[in-house]
Write a protein that binds this ligand. Structure first.
Ligand SMILES: [Zn+2]
Length: 266
């Protein structure tokens, strides 16, 4: 039988799950140590056979995703999750989006004080700014959001754009509508917030994404925005996402993992 026939593409190559591979490697080391107690030759043989199995089949022990989900902390899994949306770098972000937006009066507390809403002056300028964003794309993001010395890499697929810095995601836009919103908001925030120019790209992108939560009309077509929550399953974990998209043109404005920080701004 050829080696290729043993391969399970659904668990290897780009589908390989890093936490599951690590858990299985640990199991392989453990049973190899046990084997070497029985016989010094058996240990290395078991180890090589186990590693070959993990390489070809993605895991050693059937049902590992369940084991991984149960015993590896969610924070660790989250770090490895390829499909988790907006897995942006936390090391790069040292600002509190809500505080920045409140400070420059882009948002304000609602009348009953329990929530936040856009200030009417910001909303007006933001809306009219969106009309003058003519060609939403990487170049617009580059010229309005990024400053100097950012060493950013942009990746485009269809209408969505992802910004990377040193291999970490520092910004994500799922549609030209989202880019339009952010470019217009950035043009406004640069005038309102004294600290804006000193922030990193990741910080600005995080603040802009927090602002998109407040949109009620689509930046591309003025359609109503629909907010949905969903549970996404990946190899060894499941998580709640919250997504906003346009009911008219289907543009996705954001999709992000639901967490307390977002709860504070939403
Ligand atoms: Zn729309």
């Amino acid at each position: 039988m050829s080696v290729q026939r043993l391969r399970q593409p659904e668990y290897t190559g780009k589908n390989r799950c890093t936490p599951c591979t690590i858990v299985n490697t640990a199991i392989a080391i453990f049973i190899s140590v046990l084997a070497s107690i029985i016989s010094p030759v058996l240990g290395p043989t078991v180890f090589l056979a186990s590693m070959l199995t993990i390489y070809l089949r993605g895991y050693l022990v059937p049902g590992t995703p369940k084991l991984t989900k149960r015993y590896v902390p969610d924070g660790v899994l989250r770090w490895f999750d390829k499909e988790a949306p907006n897995r942006s770098s936390d090391t790069e972000v040292r600002v509190n989006p809500e505080a920045v937006l409140l400070e420059c009066n882009a948002v304000e507390p609602t009348e009953d004080g329990t929530d936040l809403e856009l200030s009417s002056s910001f909303e007006q300028s933001w809306r009219s700014g969106m009309q003058s964003v003519t060609n939403p794309g990487i170049n617009e993001i580059r010229s309005t959001i990024s400053g100097v010395n950012n060493h950013l890499n942009f990746e485009q697929s269809g209408d969505s754009v992802i910004a990377h810095k040193n291999g970490e995601v520092v910004g994500q836009w799922d549609s030209t509508a989202a880019i339009t919103a952010d470019v217009a908001a950035a043009n406004e925030l640069v005038q309102r917030s004294p600290s804006w120019k000193k922030m990193t790209f990741a910080e600005k992108a995080r603040i802009l994404m927090s602002l998109r939560v407040f949109l009620e009309k689509c930046p591309a077509c003025e359609g109503d925005i629909r907010l949905e929550d969903d549970v996404v399953e990946s190899c060894c974990r499941s998580y709640d996402v919250i997504a906003a998209s346009c009911t008219a043109c289907d543009s996705q404005l954001f999709e992000t993992e639901w967490n307390e920080e977002l709860e504070a701004t939403a």
